[in-house]
Each structure stands twice: as C-alpha cells, then as structure tokens.
Design a protein around this ligand. Structure first.
Ligand SMILES: *Cc1c(COP(=O)(O)O)cnc(C)c1O
Length: 404
C-alpha cells in the first residue's frame, strides 16, 4: 500500500473509492458544506488543536496506557498481548475523543444547541458530558429498546442535564435514533450542531470522526515503539460504525507488516436478521447519508440486526472500512454473542478488567488468534470501553446469582 493512496482519501466529495459521499436532503447540503469548511480550517488552526489537546489531557485523561496483559498472554500461550486502554478514559469509552473535538467545533461555529444519536448510550453520555462542560443545551435521541437495555446510561445523560428522547419507530434501536436526529437537525439547523458518534454518515463526518479518533493509533504507535522498539504484528478492534477501529488502524495503514482485523457482531450466527456483520451478508447500498456495505433485503429494505452489544447493532458500516475491505488492507471477521460473553468473563477474571461488550468482540478474536502466533509476535487489542454499563445484562446471560 503506497502512502499516497491512504493520504489522498477521501476525495473532495468525501469518497473512499466507490464508498462514502453525501446522500442527504437538499436542506442539509449547505450545513454540511459549512461544517466541512469550518472543520478543515480548525484542523489547520494551531490554536484549535492546542485547545483540543488541552482538554483531551486535562479533562478526558489522555494519553491512555498501552497495557501488557500478562496473564491473558500466558493463558493463551502465543503472541504478546497489549491492551489499548480507552476504558480508562473519562465517561468510559473512546467516544469522548470525538465528542470533545466536535463540541469545540460547535463553539467555534457559534452554535448553542447540540443533538446526538446513541446506541449503547456511550456516545450520548460523552456528548451530554461535553455539552454540560461548555454550557450547551443538549438533546439525545435513543431507540426505546436501547433505553431499556442501557438504563444506567440514560440516567447518566439526564443527570448531566441533557434531554433523552426515546425513539419508538421501527426496530427502536440506533438506526431509528439517527433518523430522528437528522429530522431535528433539518428543523433547527441555525442553532444546532449534530455530534455524530461514529465514522459514518455524510461527508465530512467519516473523515472528521476518524481524524478526531486517530489519537488512539498515534499514541499506541509511540507507546509500542517505546516498549518493544518495533511495530506490532496485529491490531484488533471491534467494528460498529467503525470509529474505534479506524482510529487505531489509520496511523498504521502504510505499515505493510502490521496486519489489521476488524471484528463485527456475529450475534446469534450469520443468518438474516440474527447479526450485524455487514461484511458477511451485506451489499452495496445507501443509508443515512453515505454509500457502503449494508444489510438489506432483495428490495433494498434495511434488515433488522441483532447483537448482544447495542454499540455494534447497526445495519451499515463506515465507508472507509468498506474501502479498506475491498483493498484487502483490513480483514473483517465476526464474533458471536456467546464468544463475546466468554471473552468478557475471561478478561475480567484474568486481568481484572471488565470490558464493554463491544470491546469483548475484539478480545474474543484475540483469544482465537494469539495462540496461533509465535511468542515474540505482538498484538494490540483496542479496549474501546469499560463494561460497567453491561454488567447487569452479562450477569443475567451467564447466570450469575445474587447471594442469598
Ligand atoms: C460505540 C462503541 C463501539 C462501536 O462504535 P465504533 O464507532 O465502531 O467504535 C465500540 N466500543 C465501545 C465501547 C463503544 O461505546
């Protein structure tokens, strides 16, 4: 892979090869162009970058450690495993890297109101947090089913002063929440910035979110070079919309020796409507502003999806991943609910770290890959978030009993 290719994408219209772009109603074209122009100005503005670095360090807790998982490594008996500890970040996941970047942009643009969509609630919590910090009015759209399975996060957002709007349409999960957020944005465009939570949607969101999240890969790269004096052999990350994966992968894309594996939600197995593995049953289509791999039926209707983890439960994947998939630069596989739950427990008991169910999908793939690799090989697993939000659900699934 030549340097030039990765650095030239997306093109000026936001295309990654045949993916990406800007498929939105006319009323959103102008605000997206305005956002794009302001973002690229901010990106090259030293004062903006300095302000962002300040808050990422002083408020969010960056840099996060790259932690050697000694007991997991010994147990699996193969490659040496490092964990990228995004779970230690304020609010408990990588989402706040992007939320912080976008709120500073909203401030710069003179907006006063923030909206966002959320699945597992981690992006909602991150957004509610930065909105509280900078004194913005904030409304979060969340599917009614997700509100139920992530009750703790609903209360966190409300505690932070945000309004949470449950969405009762369709499957009542992330896709419907995004629809409602887009509807709100069209109506309130002057006052409102939409903080989209993943490397998805209409241009410039995929490139902007990737750039706000690449700090994970930039830090991990410096840290592994310091600890091991060489680059890793493999990077593993779960893929929902794709922001934690692209954030870790991006700074390594030109390093041919670094293999990358994205792990999607295999749910109950690869049968229609039982999973959210877009590269295993998805096809080319347009959804919510962008062109990518999408789970759809023969008539182009979006299929239902299933995953034990709300954060991976989405019918489409970020356009840059679609491109990297076709280039064969990144391999995409999946972990089922059962394997993710096994990995969740294993990491808790071997390392004293309870991962998010989303991140547990990456750990599950690590459990498969590490034993097949030699002891001097190095793996970095993106621990995109912590599992506090998932403990009740996981306890129920694995049958933990309340002591009597
Ligand atoms: C939201 C979330 C994900 C999935 O989103 P990506 O954009 O694919 O990273 C993964 N892990 C955690 C902890 C999350 O909160």
């Amino acid at each position: 892979m030549s340097k030039v290719v990765a650095e030239n994408l997306p093109d000026a219209q936001g295309h990654f090869g045949q993916y990406g772009g800007r498929y939105v109603p006319e009323t959103l074209m102008h605000p997206l162009q305005e956002l794009e122009a302001e973002y690229f100005r901010a990106q090259h503005d030293a004062a903006f970058q300095e302000e962002l670095s300040y808050y990422l360090k002083e408020f969010c807790g960056r840099p996060t450690p790259l932690y050697f998982a000694e007991r997991l490594t010994r147990e699996l008996g193969g490659a040496k495993i490092y964990l990228e500890r995004e779970d230690l970040l304020h609010t408990g996941a990588h989402k706040i890297n992007n939320a912080m970047g976008q709120i500073l942009l909203a401030k710069r643009m003179g907006k006063t109101r923030i909206i966002a969509e959320t699945g597992a609630g981690q992006h909602g919590v991150a957004t509610a947090t930065v909105a509280a910090m900078f004194g913005f009015k904030c409304v979060i759209y969340m599917g009614a089913v997700d509100c139920q399975r992530q009750e703790l996060n609903v209360y966190r957002m409300k505690m932070l002063g945000s309004e949470v709007v449950p969405v009762h349409a369709g499957q009542k999960t992330l896709k419907e929440a995004v629809n409602e957020a887009m509807r709100d944005w069209v109506t309130n465009i002057r006052s409102t910035h939409y903080i989209l939570g993943t490397a998805y949607g209409a241009h410039p969101y995929p490139v902007m979110v990737r750039n706000f999240q690449r700090i994970m890969g930039d830090e991990a790269r410096a840290q592994i070079l310091e600890k091991e004096s060489r680059l890793p052999d493999m990077l593993l990350a779960c893929v929902g919309g794709g922001s934690n994966a692209i954030g870790l992968f991006y700074p390594f894309l030109d390093d041919a020796g670094v293999k990358m594996v994205g792990v999607e939600a295999g749910g109950l197995g690869i049968k229609p409507e039982q999973h959210a593995a877009r590269f295993h049953g998805g096809s080319l289509g347009v959804l919510q502003g962008t062109r990518s791999y999408i789970l759809q039926d023969d008539f182009g209707q979006i299929q239902s999806t299933h995953s034990v983890s709300a954060g991976l439960d989405y019918a489409a994947v970020g356009p840059e991943h679609a491109w990297l998939h076709d280039q064969k630069r990144v391999e995409y596989t999946y972990a089922t609910d059962d394997k993710a739950l096994e990995a969740f427990t294993k990491l808790a008991r071997l390392e004293g770290i309870i991962p998010a169910l989303e991140s547990a999908h990456a750990v599950a793939e690590c459990i498969v890959r590490a034993p097949q690799m030699s002891k001097d090989a190095l793996i970095i697993v993106n621990l995109s978030g912590r599992g506090d939000k998932d403990v009740a659900q996981a306890a129920d699934k694995i049958g933990l009993q309340m002591p009597k």
